[in-house]
Design a protein around this ligand. Structure first.
Ligand code: SF4
Ligand code: SF4
Length: 210
């Protein structure tokens, strides 16, 4: 059996310790909390990157990703080529009343179409409203923070090299087209000048005959 009154002393000691600690109360919603950049608030969809591969929906442990699509035939890229078929997204929705914020869908997406946003203020009074359709998921993309900078000396991502190559190719093509247009204009004006020079002596001859 313990000393009589020791429980009370322990309780008072805890109270005193707590009283002297700095308060950490967040004044939300008057003051917005400073959240870490990798906070799992809501999921944003970058629709242009989605190929409707269904990997995210298949891997989601809660089965709370709903995707509908249909197939479309795309004409061949070059004459004589084969027609291709591609998936067109009709519906992409996430039910955040079921989602457990595990992040598996974002991890498995092979095309970087899903991202975490730190936005968390989307509570609803009607549970059905927690199913966010593609338009809403796209809007969340505006709240996705920029990726952290690369480590010094890190290799550039291959996407940047590919985009740079495409931009260089386009710039070269545009420069070539501008050069050709300038040459054509020059040739046209030279032709017009020579035409005027040929007409002038004829006019002079006509004047002498009169
Ligand atoms: S975070 Fe997890 S539970 Fe939520 S949609 Fe993605 S895979 Fe499903
Ligand atoms: S895994 Fe990515 S690309 Fe595939 S359906 Fe999901 S979001 Fe689209």
């Amino acid at each position: 059996m313990g000393i009589p009154g020791s429980g009370l002393a322990k309780g008072l000691a805890v109270t005193l310790r707590t009283m002297t600690k700095r308060t950490v109360t967040e004044q939300y919603p008057d003051v917005q909390p400073e959240l870490p950049s990798r906070t799992r608030g809501v999921i944003g969809l970058f629709e242009e990157n989605c190929t409707v591969c269904m990997l995210c929906a298949r891997e989601c442990p809660d089965w709370c990703i709903y995707i509908d699509s249909h197939k479309e035939t795309v004409p061949p890229a070059a004459p004589g080529g084969r027609e291709r078929s591609r998936n067109v997204l009709d519906r992409f929705a996430i039910d955040f009343s079921l989602c457990m914020y595990c992040g598996i869908c974002i991890e498995v997406c092979p095309f970087d179409a899903l991202f975490w946003s730190p936005e968390f203020e989307y509570a609803e009074t009607d549970i059905h409203e927690l199913t966010h359709e593609r338009d809403k998921l796209r809007e969340w993309m505006w709240t996705v923070p920029e990726p952290p900078p690369l480590d010094p000396g890190a290799e550039q991502p291959k996407e940047i090299a590919a985009a740079q190559k495409a931009a260089d190719k386009l710039a070269a093509q545009q420069a070539k087209e501008a050069e050709e247009a300038a040459a054509a204009q020059q040739a046209e004006s030279a032709q017009a000048e020579s035409g005027q020079a040929g007409e002038a002596p004829q006019a002079k001859d006509a004047g002498e005959e009169a």
